[in-house]
Design a protein around this ligand. Structure first.
Ligand SMILES: [Zn+2]
Length: 196
């Protein structure tokens, strides 16, 4: 059987592409630059009704309602609106593996129903194993690429660089991000204006 062609690192990549990749890394590493060039300006919340701890507790509680018999990885998400309304969601797997739904997209669907994507202000995520009615695990759970795109949609609609609190399962570690940081150079509804 003939061997498959092997890709060699760097082969076929132009010097312009290499320069672009370097620039992209510099962009990602520069927080101030992200804030300045983000399509989603940062605004203060009018009514932040929940503490970070409370919002994360809701995400961890939602994770326990996940349907995750295949991966055993339970993720919960809580979405807070600019007015302090909260909705939650959890991942839902399927025997047809690729049809599984992430917690973030589950919660964002509920957010659209409850108050509209344009009011999304803050999101908390927690993920890990579930045992004896409790969430466990030490690795901080961040949104997958698809969910970053879904959050970016809400962010551009709301005009906010949405806050994302990411927790591990046992709740001992929390990372704080903004969607503009997790998805730099994102493509969103604003890009489609050129089609008008
Ligand atoms: Zn996801």
């Amino acid at each position: 059987m003939p061997g498959l062609p092997q890709a060699k690192a760097g082969e076929g990549i132009s010097t312009q592409t290499v320069a672009a990749i370097r620039n992209n890394r510099a962009f990602i590493n520069s927080d101030s630059q992200i804030r300045k060039t983000s399509a989603c300006p940062v605004h203060g919340l009018k009514d932040k009704s929940m503490t970070e701890e409370d919002l994360l507790a809701l995400a961890r509680s939602a994770a326990l309602k996940a349907y995750a018999p295949y991966s055993g990885f339970h993720v919960g998400c809580a979405v807070e609106s600019v007015d302090g309304e909260i909705v939650t969601g959890a991942n839902m797997e399927n025997a047809c593996y690729r049809l599984g739904i992430c917690a973030e997209q589950s919660a964002l669907t509920a957010a659209q129903h409850q108050f509209g994507l344009g009011k999304v202000a803050r999101i908390a995520i927690a993920g890990g194993g579930a045992e004896n009615g409790d969430l466990n695990g030490q690795i901080v759970c961040t949104p997958c690429g698809g969910c970053r795109q879904a959050i970016f949609e809400a962010a551009q609609l709301s005009g906010r660089d949405v806050e994302i609190l990411c927790s591990n399962g046992e709740g001992s570690a929390v990372d704080r991000h903004r969607i503009g940081e997790l998805l730099p150079h994102g493509f969103g509804p604003a890009n489609l204006r050129d089609a008008d």
